[in-house]
Write a protein that binds this ligand. Structure first.
Ligand code: TYD
Length: 208
């Protein structure tokens, strides 16, 4: 089972993904957590290049290809083998981030991005995508408390397009996406995600 967590910057999905991993582990489920960009030795090296404030001259196309290169590696090295071994893989960001950020955010051609993503992943699509939604201002305010990287220097307008992109992607594939209101208290959001996830896993179990 391949489950991804998506959302605008500062939505809290990393916290929520960790809480879900802990909850599933407590139930004895075979689950692993990973994140993008990163998750393997090679992909973490690529992450450094993407996020470094030394690389302010980076072109949008370069950015896409680096995210996709990191993704190709994590899919082949970590995600596919784990799925083949029957594990639940929880991945913090995946290909929908490229469509939302580089597609809707930067305005790159969505069909080109889908083709590159298909090449990088061999067509691996999540079974379920948990979308943690917060208004842009809420996310950016939360973000101000953390350390900054190259991508944190984008404008509010950019993040507004990213969020609108996520909402469009979720509307286009309602069976894969579960929308969660991320403005509430951490525990409340967690219970909401856990309930939806257990429903999904039970339904999948019945189908098997
Ligand atoms: P990270 O520090 O992991 O942020 P977050 O906790 O919000 O996931 O940095 C990842 C950043 O990279 C985040 O701003 C989203 C962006 N990103 C893209 O622009 N495209 C992508 O394909 C991916 C995977 C991430």
């Amino acid at each position: 089972m391949f489950i991804t967590f998506e959302g605008p910057d500062g939505c809290g999905k990393t916290t929520q993904a960790h809480l879900i991993v802990a909850a599933l582990q407590a139930r004895g489920e075979p689950v692993i957590y990973t994140r993008e960009p990163g998750g393997t030795e090679i992909s973490e090296q690529i992450r450094q290049v993407i996020l470094s404030t030394r690389n302010l001259a980076m072109q949008s196309e370069t950015e896409v290809l680096l995210f996709s290169a990191a993704r190709a590696q994590i899919v082949a090295e970590l995600i596919r083998p784990a799925l083949s071994a029957g594990k639940i893989v929880i991945c913090d960001r995946y290909a929908d981030s490229t469509l939302a950020y580089q597609g809707y955010g930067l305005g790159l051609d969505l069909e080109a991005l889908r083709a590159i993503t298909h090449f990088a992943t061999g067509g691996l699509v999540p079974d379920l995508t948990v979308y943690v939604d917060v208004p842009v201002e809420v996310g950016l305010l939360r973000r101000q408390r953390g350390e900054t990287n190259r991508l944190d220097q984008k404008s509010v307008e950019y993040h507004t397009r990213v969020r609108a992109g996520y909402l469009a992607l979720a509307r286009a594939e309602p069976h894969r996406w579960v929308g969660i209101d991320g403005t509430r208290a951490i525990e409340h959001v967690h219970q909401d995600i856990l309930t939806r996830l257990c429903q999904f896993l039970e339904q999948k179990g019945r189908e098997r």
